[in-house]
Design a binder for this molecule. Structure first.
Ligand SMILES: [Cu+2]
Length: 159
């Protein structure tokens, strides 16, 4: 009889512990952001960077809901290459990059007065950062590209 009581008590205790464990509130999980870029994006400020000395941007897609006033931070994280960030109408990035190559270094590889271009940074030296302020004329998808000769094949994305 005594042994049965002990087992019953043990079971009761185990059940109680389990019940407490289950009812304990889950700790609030805040996953650590992966990069500075992501932290700033969560604050609602779009940011894009090049990836070291690779000829690419750190993201292929940017999203922005504040159409009227966009402040995009462009970071040239390369130690050797110059880059720019040029926002163009959808489907025109390759044509604009070709026109940029023809425009020459003295124009930052950006064709002047080109109505396919909606906004752009200057040509940034290695390690430079620029905030590009602009408004998007319509809600939809745009392309962005680096028009430095030879970079457009891998440095582009959608906004
Ligand atoms: Cu580039």
């Amino acid at each position: 009889m005594k042994r049965t009581s002990l087992i019953t008590l043990g079971l009761f205790t185990a059940t109680l512990v389990l019940a407490i464990a289950c009812s304990a509130p889950e700790p609030t999980k805040t996953p650590a952001p992966r990069s500075q870029s992501e932290i700033d994006s969560k604050r609602g400020r779009p940011i894009i960077s090049t990836v070291g000395d690779a000829l690419r941007f750190d993201r292929a897609e940017l999203r922005e809901t504040n159409q009227a006033s966009i402040k995009l931070t462009f970071v040239n994280a390369s130690k050797i290459y110059q880059h720019n960030w040029v926002l163009v109408k959808a489907g025109t990035k390759d044509a604009v990059a070709s026109a940029g190559a023809a425009a020459g270094a003295e124009n930052g590889w950006i064709p002047a007065g080109d109505d396919r271009i909606l906004a752009h940074s200057g040509l940034l030296d290695p390690g430079e950062t620029e905030v590009v302020s602009f408004s998007a004329p319509f809600v939809g998808t745009y392309q962005f590209v680096c028009t430095f000769p030879g970079h457009a094949a891998t440095m582009f994305g959608n906004l």
